[in-house]
Design a protein around this ligand. Structure first.
Ligand SMILES: [Zn+2]
Length: 259
């Protein structure tokens, strides 16, 4: 599932291509995406991100909003390329087209949505301020890892980056969120400021099917310290990385140095 750094990667790449370009045609290949207003003839003004929503601003005040959900991805193709399997939507431009590929069909694409749901912390790439985290977590008993992944609280952090941030911060993912000290929240803040921007620099983490806008794998998997590395030695203390199950998801951590 694409997390914040992956969606940010797509937004940056889309922003390098689309602004100023005119939409020639929108072809909906999957009726589940629903009907939408005619977009042909509209020009793209900018592409922005809100949480994990990709917002394409069009002239005339229209906005197309896309969320990749579980298995969605975007691919930019030159003229003459053939459509890959599971293509659901094609937006054609004078030179090239944008294709939404989605095997499990949960992705959404709509024009001028009523309301995009927001989180308390909308953009963790601008920082996860320790004081704000502590304030939100104060009365919450859920484990700190589930706290970081709760999309109503913080937008865009999923399993990979929650595991990596907590390892970098040396905090045990099973600890109740409300039990962290101010110093520990400061470590979480600093860890997020290392882990998330690096993942964007690396164009995301490819452990299964993530590809960027041009079909190229990210490289952040080379920087993973704990995710999917059970039984390997911890880079910080040499302890053995363990895997636990939390909320149905695999959780990797080093019990020797994450307290
Ligand atoms: Zn360790």
């Amino acid at each position: 599932m694409p997390e914040l750094p992956e969606v940010e990667t797509l937004c940056r790449q889309l922003n390098a291509i689309l602004p100023g370009k005119e939409i020639l045609n929108v072809e909906i290949l999957d009726p589940r995406l629903g009907k939408m207003e005619a977009l042909a003839g509209r020009r793209v003004a900018a592409v922005t991100r809100r949480g994990k929503f990709i917002e394409i601003d069009l002239d005339g005040g229209l906005k197309a909003v896309l969320h990749l959900r579980m298995t969605g991805r975007l691919l930019w193709q030159g003229d003459g390329a053939s459509l890959p399997p599971y293509s659901r939507l094609v937006v054609s431009f004078p030179r090239g087209r944008l294709v939404l590929i989605d095997p499990r069909r949960f992705a959404i694409f709509c024009v001028r949505p009523e309301k995009v749901p927001g989180a308390l912390i909308q953009n963790p790439l601008e920082g996860l301020p320790a004081r704000r985290l502590r304030e939100i977590a104060r009365t919450r008993r859920l484990p700190v890892k589930s706290f970081l992944m709760d999309q109503r609280l913080i937008a865009g952090i999923g399993n990979i980056y929650a595991c990596e941030i907590l390892h970098e911060a040396a905090v045990d993912p099973r600890r109740p969120a409300g039990s962290l000290s101010p110093a520990e929240w400061r470590r979480v803040e600093r860890a997020a400021a290392v882990v998330l921007p690096r993942a964007v620099e690396c164009r995301g983490t490819t452990v299964s099917d993530w590809r960027d806008l041009f079909g190229v794998s990210g490289t952040n998997q080379d920087h993973l310290e704990v995710y999917s590395r059970e039984a390997e030695p911890c880079s910080r203390c040499g302890g053995r990385i363990e895997r636990a199950k939390m909320g149905g998801r695999g959780t990797w951590f080093c019990p020797a140095c994450q307290k």
